[in-house]
Design a protein around this ligand. Structure first.
Ligand SMILES: [Fe+2]
Ligand SMILES: [Fe+2]
Length: 171
């Protein structure tokens, strides 16, 4: 399985987490806060790793020339914006009890929306540039990317299951 197929699976996992994060606001406050915290604990570090893995794959100068700079610049700009939102959410998570939970809704839903748009940009603009003869990732880079994405998927799944069990107990 090539790196892009695994990256696609990684995106699907993120999509599940995003859907769940958006759904938080349908719960009663106590349950919503617990779910929000657990999702952020899974999602925020996983997204940081997502960006690091993609830096590895796409920021090599030869790749940039190969794939063309325009979509990569867009993706990098999105990563910068998402990193700023991640930081903002991390500050909220660290003092979550001090916040009126409902007032977090615009920040959280905006974050989810940006994430969806970002995944769409990667899948529709960036990745197809590499799915052509003569433009594929070098085998060593492909293997390294596959290994790192596999590890990330495994860690997301483990934490996701643990958080699902925890939240499930309360219902
Ligand atoms: Fe990304
Ligand atoms: Fe991605």
């Amino acid at each position: 399985m090539g790196a892009f197929k695994i990256l696609n699976e990684e995106h699907l996992l993120f999509q599940q987490l995003i859907a769940r994060l958006e759904h938080c606001f349908h719960y009663e406050e106590e349950e919503a806060r617990a779910e929000f915290l657990r999702l952020c604990l899974v999602l925020l570090p996983a997204l940081k790793r997502h960006e690091e893995i993609e830096d590895l794959i796409f920021r090599v100068p030869a790749r940039r020339r190969h794939g063309g700079a325009a979509p990569l610049d867009l993706i990098e700009e999105q990563h910068r914006r998402l990193a700023a939102l991640r930081e903002e959410l991390a500050v909220v998570v660290a003092a979550e009890h001090e916040h009126d939970f409902k007032r977090l809704k615009p920040l959280v839903l905006g974050f989810c929306e940006d994430l969806r748009a970002h995944f769409h940009s990667e899948e529709s603009l960036l990745w197809p540039r590499y799915d052509q003869p003569g433009r594929r990732l070098e085998p060593a880079l492909d293997a390294r990317a596959r290994l790192q994405v596999r590890r990330l998927k495994r860690d997301i799944q483990r934490t996701w299951l643990a958080s699902s069990d925890y939240v499930g107990q309360g219902r």
